[in-house]
Structures are given as C-alpha cells and as structure tokens.
Design a protein around this ligand. Structure first.
Ligand code: PLP
Length: 417
C-alpha cells in the first residue's frame, strides 16, 4: 500500500499500479518528477484543448488572481463573468440567450435537468419523465448517473438512481429503431431528452451520424419535449466544429459546456438556455426563482481563464489546428485499420478510436495490461476496456502523435495477435 493519503478517482488502489507524479505541462506534453516526458494522448481526460499551460490562459489567471479571487454570485456580479456570458452568447447559437454558471460537467447536467423540470413546473404542466440514450455518460453525481448508462460504475448506488426511459443507441443500420422509440417515448408527456451529440464518450467513443441527431431533435421539437445537448466532451472543437450540434444544424433548448471551456485549465461549467427556460422562472414570486447554486459559482479566476480561451478562439487559427489534427488522425487510422488485431476504426474531428481484438467491456482483462504498456512507452493513453482512443490537445506535435499510433500498433501486435 502506498503511503500517500490520496484516494484517487476511478483507480483500484489494490492493484498497486504506479501513480506518476506530474510536475509540469507544456503543449501536449507532461513532465514527471522522475524526469519522464509523457505525451498526453487523452487531453488529461478530455479537458485540455489548445495545450497545457497556454501562455494567454496562464497570464489571464495570474492577472485575475491579483484583482479578485472570489465573490458571492447570488445577487452579485463581476466583470469576468459578465464578459464571459457576453462572449458565450456571441459565439454560441443566437437562440441560447441565458448563461447559468457552475463548476463541473456533472453539475452543468444537474442544472440542465433542474431547469427542464422547473420549466414544466412553472407552466403548471409538471412533466418529469426524462428520456436518455443508451450507453450515455453525463457525470458521476446522483442525477447525472441516473440519466447515464447503468452498469458496474453505479451498481452500488442503483437504489438511489431515478427511473428514466432509455432509447436504443442508433447503431449503423438500426437508426430507424432509435427514431421510432424516441417518437413513442415523446408521446406521453416527457419533460426532456438528454443526449451527447454525435459521440458518446465514456460509453466507448460511439459515433452516430448528424442526420440522426437532427431527426432526434426534430422529433422532440414536434412533441414539445425539451432537447438537452450535453456537449461537455464534444464542445470546443473536439468533433471538428465548435459544437457537435452545428454539424446537424441543431440548436438545443439547453446546452451543457465544461471541460474545454477554460481550455482545460480550471474547473468551470455553464448551462446555456433558450429564453423560455429563463422566462418560466422570471417572476416577482421568490418561490419561482431557480433554486441552484454552489459556493464557487462563476469563480472570477476560472471565468478569466475561460475569457482567455474565447480570445484564443477569436484570434488564433484554432479551426486550422483542429482541421490539421483531424487530417493526421484520419491518416494514422487508415494505416492502422488494416491491422488484423484491430477492429472498429472510427474517427470524428480530432477524436479517433479502435478496438483491440474483440470488445470486452470496461473491465476487460486487457485494460490494465494496456495501461501499463502505454505507460512504459511514456504515453498517457487510457483505454476504455478494449477501446483505445486518441484525443490529444490540438497543438500536439506530429512526431508525438506518430509515437502514440506506433504504440497502439505495437500493442495490437503484442496482445492481440
Ligand atoms: C466528462 C463528462 C461529464 C462530466 O463532467 P465532469 O466535469 O467530470 O463532472 C458530463 N458529460 C459528458 C458528456 C462528459 O464527457
């Protein structure tokens, strides 16, 4: 047993796996205390967009920390939050007129669900049934787990999770079944449908086409069911566009953003909403306000980091970097797709994934072996079971990306064939 008191997330301490001590980050590279140079192939769990320690984000954090560290946000405001809310309404779809702050992807989902239920409550039409897509992941708090896939991750808490209606995932060739199921579920007073647009991340980088997303949104719109897009992972360019919804021409009623909102530097989230959601809570009656807050709502330093991220999106060739990375990813994937140990090669924007051998679920015995193998190659790659994916910061050097893909081919040679 290690002598550290730290209890790590999603880590089985009983396996005694080494836990590297990271001391510095730069671009797509992490440096450890023992002098290793690690290539971050997963953007430190999908958060780092431009690269670690982007100088403009670091400078914004430093400047804001010297001015105002934190202030209550209930009934008070500050310049970084005001600037950020305006920046977000300018860059996101025009229909999303309201910005509610919180601190993590999970919380942004909780807020979205509460907004949706509050909306129906205020209209005197108390709908509370939630529709979800099979294999979804929306976070690890109780509400977010409730709308996510049930499995080994949440079995001990199952008695606390509320009931939802699950729509089958639109596997290729079975899209119509998904749309039919959604149409049926929308008939009977559903409150909202929550989806990860185009890519289900933690569910195994499962990709589905834009036309299915567009049709799902249209079905909800026709039935008056609120459409919640959880773009916590897909937002900020991951799928090739600022939002994945863009590729389907979809504007959700409620949009969840976090991870890349600060470029991956500090915890912050927003739940953006169309005006009717806000209007439903707007009244002189204090009993009708939106009852949600956390201590650090809209922390000024985190907002300053997000403002720097927005400035980077405005002034730097971010879209070009994303397109370049997407092209490199597609090339590597095409090369590897013919490898006999590899199946299910797929990509969308900057995200690329393959299966090593046959699928085996998250607790596949190959998991720990692969983790150790990639660590031995100084790579931060964290397979989801047999699914190995590459989702690096946009500024990754081509040589470093090449090293990641060579190691994946080597892993397929070693452990599958
Ligand atoms: C990571 C993730 C979340 C949860 O975000 P946290 O910041 O880890 O709470 C929610 N939804 C999706 C789609 C995610 O990928």
């Amino acid at each position: 047993m290690s002598d550290s008191p730290v209890w790590h997330p999603f880590t089985q301490h009983g396996l005694g796996e080494p836990i590297p001590l990271v001391v510095r980050g730069e671009g797509a590279v992490l440096h450890t205390a023992d002098g290793r140079r690690i290539v971050d192939a997963i953007s430190s769990w999908w958060v780092t967009t431009h690269g670690h320690n982007h100088p403009r984000i670091v400078a914004a954090i430093r400047e804001q920390a010297e001015r105002l560290d934190q202030v209550i946000f209930a009934g008070w405001t500050h310049e970084p939050a005001e600037t950020l809310a305006r920046g977000l309404t300018a860059i996101m779809p025009a229909e999303l007129t309201r910005v509610f702050f919180s601190d993590s992807g999970s919380t942004s989902v909780e807020v979205a669900l509460k907004m949706a239920l509050g909306y129906w409550h205020a209209r005197g039409e108390p709908r509370h049934r939630l529709l979800v897509l099979e294999h979804s992941y929306h976070g690890d708090t109780i509400g977010a787990m409730s709308v996510g896939q049930r499995g080994v991750f949440n079995r001990p808490y199952a008695p606390l999770l509320f009931d939802v209606e699950t729509i089958p995932f639109p596997h290729p060739g079975r899209e119509q079944a998904t749309l039919d199921a959604l149409e049926r579920a929308c008939q009977s007073d559903a409150a909202a449908f929550i989806v990860e647009p185009l890519v289900l991340g933690a569910g195994g980088m499962l990709i589905y086409p834009p036309h299915v997303l567009a049709e799902m949104a249209a079905i909800c719109a026709a039935a008056g069911v609120l459409f919640i897009a959880d773009e916590v992972m897909t937002g900020w360019g991951r799928t090739g566009t600022l939002l994945a919804c863009e590729q389907a021409g979809v504007v959700p009623d409620i949009l969840c953003l976090s991870k890349g909102l600060t470029g991956g530097s500090l915890p912050l989230a927003v739940t953006m909403a169309r005006e009717p959601l806000f209007a439903a809570h707007y009244d002189t009656d204090r009993a009708r306000m939106f009852f949600h807050s956390s201590s650090y709502t809209a922390n000024p330093i985190a907002c300053a980091a997000a403002n720097a991220n927005l400035a980077i999106w405005r002034d730097e060739p971010v879209q070009t970097r994303i397109a370049t990375l997407a092209a490199w990813q597609a090339d590597h994937l095409a090369t590897l797709a013919t490898h006999p140990g590899i199946t299910g090669a797929r990509a969308l924007g900057t995200i690329a994934a393959v299966e090593l051998g046959a699928a085996g679920g998250y607790l596949s015995s190959l998991g720990p072996t692969l983790l150790a193998f990639f660590a031995s190659r100084d790579l931060l790659v964290r397979p989801l079971g047999n699914t190995v994916y590459v989702m690096p910061p946009y500024g990754i050097e081509p040589d470093d990306l090449g090293r990641i893909w060579s190691a994946i081919a080597e892993a397929a040679d070693l452990y599958v064939l």
